[in-house]
Design a protein around this ligand. Structure first.
Ligand SMILES: [Zn+2]
Ligand SMILES: [Zn+2]
Length: 280
């Protein structure tokens, strides 16, 4: 249908890109500029990858491939104005591998072209912000979660926390009768304490500041400690309320029934229990 001919090779029966046939065009210019290697910044500890200044967690091979593909996609520049890249496939890549085969789908003056290309990658190792803080032991606040009974829902909650605050939890340290959640900000510590309060309801929280120092400008600095005690008592438990010892007889949604040493029964609102329960 076209009566144009290629100024380079003289072909008359080929798809044309301006004055060149598509083959000559690709031979001369290629689809993309393959000049400098594409840099991937990766945390050597947790394999998070930096994408446009932000650390992205990588939890599977598929995610790894997907993130690197996105970086390649945004780094590859079309060789000429006539080329627009439609898609890039990255079938296989290992971390720290310097050459990668990609499949580029592009339009060249409207003609759909697919080409396998080998690109160069450089890998820069940099600690992500979480691993950096972890390495430096830098945490701003601690939620000290303690409970009467270690139940499965508390274990599951720990897992949930990691998912909810992936960038803010520096470490969860197992302690006797509970765990300490070390976090990057007071705000996150208070949010975690609030989540526990909402879910387990009978919870006693106390805030305090540790290692307090006065800064030059007179402001006090120090780590926020939130003690969160989940009072998940069961029937038959021994309990001290307002300095008196009891056995838990019964638990309801709003009250707890206690028996003292002389066998007398006391009904207490759970809100009162939270106030009156002794430290340990
Ligand atoms: Zn030609
Ligand atoms: Zn990391």
């Amino acid at each position: 249908m076209t009566n144009a001919f290629c100024v380079r090779c003289g072909s008359t029966n080929k798809k044309m890109v301006g004055a060149l046939c598509i083959d000559c065009f690709l031979e001369l210019y290629g689809l993309v500029n393959l000049g400098s290697p594409i840099e991937v910044v990766m945390c050597p500890k947790c394999y998070s990858i930096k994408v446009r200044g932000r650390w992205v967690k990588v939890s599977s091979y598929e995610e790894f491939i997907d993130i690197v593909r996105t970086i390649i996609r945004s780094s590859l520049k079309p060789s000429r104005n006539e080329v627009s890249i439609e898609n890039i496939d990255l079938p296989y890549l290992e971390p720290f591998q310097h050459k990668a085969e990609i499949l580029v789908r592009a339009r060249v003056s409207g003609h759909l072209i697919e080409k396998r290309l080998v690109i160069s990658l450089t890998w820069r190792k940099e600690l992500c912000n979480i691993c950096f803080r972890r390495a430096a032991g830098n945490y701003q606040a601690v939620v000290q979660v303690r409970f009467v009974h270690e139940t499965n829902d508390l274990e599951a909650f720990k897992e949930e926390l990691f998912k909810m605050f992936p960038d803010d939890i520096i470490e969860i340290e197992e302690m006797k009768g509970g765990f300490d959640v070390k976090v990057s900000s007071d705000h996150v510590a208070r949010r975690i304490a609030m989540l526990i309060k909402r879910r387990w309801r009978v919870v006693k929280t106390i805030e305090s500041y540790g290692d307090q120092r006065r800064r030059r400008d007179g402001k006090k600095t120090g780590r926020l400690y939130i003690s969160v005690r989940v009072l998940n008592y069961r029937e038959g438990d021994y309990i001290v309320v307002n300095k008196k010892a009891y056995i838990v007889e019964k638990l309801d949604s709003n009250t707890i029934t206690l028996r003292d040493s002389s066998g007398r029964i006391h009904k207490i609102r759970l809100s009162e229990l939270v106030k009156g329960v002794s430290k340990r």
